[in-house]
Design a protein around this ligand. Structure first.
Ligand SMILES: Cc1ncc(C[n+]2csc(CCOP(=O)(O)OP(=O)(O)O)c2C)c(N)n1
Ligand SMILES: [Mg+2]
Length: 370
């Protein structure tokens, strides 16, 4: 199957775009691949379908959140990850809720859903419901379920790398690390922070089962990659840490799931930390308040700017892994679930500042054993 792309631009963008083109123009694999999810009975095809369904749910949910924000129904910011669902959902679908660890960042609704976070968590957080995981105090994405392996997100870019490395080290010291993987999702901006370096270095030295998935979406807010790093590709950083590194086209679900599942399996089997670098373009603003007018058309029109949802849909239909009718029903089901989750959160109360225990430093109810 030959894929067609719009103009790949010039210079470095053209170089990356051409490499992606070469990779993408290989045929959709006909061979049955072994599923690397923890459910050993699951086929590669089912793993792929499950991952894609999470992508659909995430896109549907985030589109709804964006329109609620624009209608003034959400206070604060809305941060979404269109274009990144294939990478994010691939991380979540290779992990097992209540066993593995997932350090999600701001563009990981796909991964959260694939990992097992209920979509009600998102609507309750954004709509300020007291029943949300942060009891209505966090207006967007700093939510989690630490006891189930989803630590509450820290915004400070690379911080989750150190947090997840620390959680893995703690589990080893407690004698309960066996077969567990900790995956963390970060961006190109995060890769310039000390915490990213310290976390990976510690994991490499201790040979912890840490998988770092670094999504290079070409911007950290409005900072482009040429103001962020000087190396050819961020995957070259793996050499410095002495760990395996993989680079993948993040707009391609088949390729992303294959590479991420390989990295997760390697880590699970004792291969130590793994670095996956996924290249794509952030298809939204940094948040919904940002029109991203600083993104040049040259990048938007390159292969990096492809929408992974369209690519995945095409791939699955072409490979015969899904039918048009099934796709339609998956989309309808996602829309119904999102509608129900919004309606439920909207009818729930917000925290009451006069009666609530504000728990400025810690809250006994929120302190879960992680
Ligand atoms: C130390 C710090 N500075 C600034 C911010 C605000 N901030 C949150 S995400 C972000 C950009 C992150 O870029 P990147 O790591 O590439 O991830 P992306 O948003 O592109 O997914 C910024 C500036 C922050 N959370 N922490
Ligand atoms: Mg970025």
């Amino acid at each position: 199957m030959q894929r067609e792309f719009r103009d790949a631009g010039s210079g470095p963008v053209k170089h990356v775009a051409n490499r992606l083109l070469q990779a993408l123009n290989q045929d959709v694999p006909q061979v049955e691949r072994e599923s690397r999810s923890t459910d050993m009975s699951e086929t590669w095809e089912d793993h792929l379908r499950r991952t894609f369904r999470s992508m659909i749910t995430a896109r549907t949910l985030e589109s709804k959140l964006a329109s609620l924000y624009k209608a003034g129904k959400i206070v604060g910011g809305v941060y979404i990850g269109p274009g990144q669902e294939a990478v994010s959902a691939s991380i979540g679908s290779c992990l097992t809720w209540n066993r593995d660890i997932f350090g999600a960042l701001i563009r990981d609704q796909g991964g959260r859903t694939a990992f097992g976070e209920p979509i009600l968590d998102a609507t309750r957080s954004y709509l300020g419901s007291v029943k949300g995981p942060s009891k209505g105090r966090d207006g967007n994405i700093h939510r989690g379920h630490p006891a189930q392996g989803l630590p509450a997100m820290i915004s400070h870019l690379g911080a989750m790398v150190s947090v997840v490395a620390g959680m893995l080290l703690a589990r080893r010291l407690q004698g309960r690390l066996d077969g567990i993987v900790g995956a963390v999702s970060v961006g190109d901006g995060a890769s310039s922070t000390g915490s990213f370096h310290e976390g990976i270095n510690l994991a490499a030295v201790e040979r912890l089962p840490l998988v770092v998935v670094l999504t290079n979406n070409q911007f950290a807010y409005s900072t482009p990659t040429d103001r962020q790093f000087r190396c050819r590709s961020l995957v070259d950083r793996a050499i410095g840490y002495g760990i395996p590194g993989y680079e993948v086209d993040g707009t391609d679900l088949l390729a992303s799931l294959e590479v991420i599942s390989k990295a997760v399996t390697e880590a699970r089997q004792g291969g130590g930390p793994q670095l996956v670098v996924a290249n794509l373009l952030r298809l939204s603003g940094h948040g919904e308040h940002d029109d991203a007018s600083y993104v040049p058309d040259e990048i938007r029109n390159s292969a990096l700017g492809r929408d992974c949802m369209e690519v995945a849909e095409h791939q699955l239909l072409q490979a015969g892994f899904v039918t048009e009718a099934e796709l339609e029903s998956w989309k309808n089901e996602a829309a119904e679930q999102v509608q129900a989750a919004v309606a439920q959160a909207q009818q729930e109360p917000s925290p009451d500042p006069y009666t609530d225990d504000w728990s400025v430093y810690a809250s006994p109810e929120l302190a879960e054993d992680c």
